[in-house]
Write a protein that binds this ligand. Structure first.
Ligand SMILES: Nc1nc2c(ncn2[C@@H]2O[C@H](COP(=O)(O)OP(=O)(O)OP(=O)(O)O)[C@@H](O)[C@H]2O)c(=O)[nH]1
Length: 312
């Protein structure tokens, strides 16, 4: 094997000199304390600061996480994007932001699994660490699931975007919302009705945001799989990573047999969510990336079973 000849005849200044050449300067005189207990603590300064703050914290925190899934693969390591926060009262200058990531690292070292029970414990502990009566955590992550071709049974990996939001308030308890955005195929009913042949179809994005009932049991129900099914089972057709010709024929014909407007999708998905006992309230939206336009078609529907029940 021929060794590559490297041309390294240049005489470079030292790294320190190079930094000076590009503008680095020596440190100035040190006048402020360097020990933590002698440093000013602005965040803990007390005064009347005019308003309470509903939520202060940090967002866009990326961290490796493990999530459980009832669909294969059943244990997944993925990247979570977190935000953390709590309220602060009028008399308090600021929150202690280092405590959010400090708590995250503690959970990471203990083997952080992203399930609702753990996040409930996390928020309660976080409120204590912050010396506040409430706290919240939100984590979003891509969730992967194995999908088989409808005829060939050939497998591949699909994914949906999932979010869990847990609010803890020592006076009122927990408020838990989960969200999933899954992709589907929709075929336009109008186009099918008016055309001699064919019908245009598109990729739809269905987002379901669900407030869970207090007694929700994640050991019994994988909310991700349930919400995915609510979107896909009401679509014109499902989306697949691997399709051979017999599979392609099946999904094409299935879409033609099940035409859907965005309005149809949000109403049909709403009907499924309405039937699930662990769903207290929900919002469903559908955004179709139109294949005959540059714009998208959108629809949104929300429903609160508690409010509707008490109105009856
Ligand atoms: N409250 C507040 N903190 C900020 C802001 N911008 C940056 N910081 C953070 O201030 C943090 C340091 O403050 P603290 O977390 O209170 O640190 P500390 O007082 O040494 O921490 P404790 O020992 O837990 O009290 C750093 O993590 C910065 O990220 C801001 O707008 N508001």
């Amino acid at each position: 094997m021929n060794k590559t000849e490297l041309n390294k005849n240049k005489q470079l200044p030292s790294k320190k000199e190079r930094h000076k050449l590009f503008g680095s300067v020596d440190p100035g005189p040190r006048t402020k304390p360097e020990e933590k207990d002698k440093m000013a603590d602005l965040q803990n300064f007390r005064e009347d600061f005019l308003f309470n703050i509903d939520m202060v914290g940090i967002s866009n925190v990326k961290h490796p996480i493990q999530i459980p899934s009832q669909l294969a693969p059943q244990i997944q390591t993925t990247i979570g994007t977190f935000s953390f926060g709590s309220s602060i009262a009028q008399g308090s200058k600021g929150t202690n932001m280092s405590r959010f990531t400090e708590q995250l690292d503690k959970y990471h070292n203990e083997g952080f699994a992203i399930d609702i029970e753990t996040l409930k414990k996390f928020t309660k502990e976080l409120a204590g660490r912050l010396k506040q009566g409430d706290s919240e955590v939100e984590v979003s992550f891509p969730w992967f699931f194995e999908r088989k071709g409808p005829f060939s049974d050939l497998t591949g990996m699909n994914h949906a975007d999932a979010t869990i939001k847990v609010l803890y308030d020592q006076a009122t308890g927990y408020d838990i919302t989960v969200e999933l955005t899954g992709k589907i195929t929709t075929l336009c009913p109008c186009s099918k009705e008016i055309s001699e042949y064919s019908a245009h179809n598109q990729r739809g994005n269905v987002t379901m945001s669900v407030k869970l009932t207090e007694d929700f049991d994640e050991q019994q129900v994988d909310w991700k799989a349930v919400l995915l099914d609510a979107a896909e089972s009401n679509a014109s057709a499902r989306i697949h990573p691997v399709l051979k010709r017999p599979d392609e024929k099946m999904v094409t014909e299935q879409a033609y047999e099940n035409p859907r407007f965005v309005e149809d999708i949000v109403r049909l998905v709403a009907a499924d969510l309405y039937e699930y006992d662990f769903v207290e309230a929900f919002e469903v939206s559908c955004r179709n990336e139109e294949s005959i336009h540059l714009h998208d078609a959108v629809a949104t529907l929300s429903y609160d079973k508690k409010r509707e029940d008490s109105a009856e």
